[in-house]
Design a protein around this ligand. Sequence first.
Ligand code: GSH
Length: 205
Amino acid sequence: MLTLFHSPGSCSNGILYLLNEIGAEHDVSVVNVLTGDQRREAYLSLNPKGKVPALRLDDGEVLTELQTIAFWLARSFPQAGLWPENTMEQARTLELLDFIVGSVHMRGRTFIRMPHKFVDDPACHAALQAHGRQQVANGLAQLEATLGGKPFLLGRFGVPDAAALYVLDWAVRDDIELSSALVAYRERLHARPAFAASADNWGST
Ligand SMILES: N[C@@H](CCC(=O)N[C@@H](CS)C(=O)NCC(=O)O)C(=O)O
């Protein structure tokens, strides 16, 4: 059985959503990053990086990093059709995943929520948070341009949409205004059965 190590409301929501999108049987082991579970020995022995998501496979292998886990899931469950055949579409998938994780999350949202991780002086935190908010807003504008009227980022639903959903949910939580196109896109993602199937472990949206 696959086991997702997951903190409800965090970026591991993206993997939870994909597991349900694929219909892959799985357990969820909650690692609450708000209470520091990720730094406890029990979790560090599984993922020394002290981050979620992590996915333990049937053979005991543990995968970390959202893009890696998303790739593994999409390739291991080909019947779900989440990994494109075409090389250009594969490249676009990786490009979007890297942008959402590497830029919007790590270089945007992280500054909003965790300015203390980058600079000790509390006097600097507001400036770092403002920078993070601007980065997230820029990133969302980029995603809207990529959507360009399509229902999902690559036309049909794909793994980058599962990552886009948690940054959209975070934007709402952080009071960052969404355009009407992004509101409609988020609603489309919330309307998929994978979202209802994830409800018990989703956390606040
Ligand atoms: N690049 C990693 C980032 C993972 C990450 O930063 N996860 C956050 C939750 S959204 C976390 O575990 N934070 C706990 C911490 O930094 O202590 C990925 O995409 O999987």
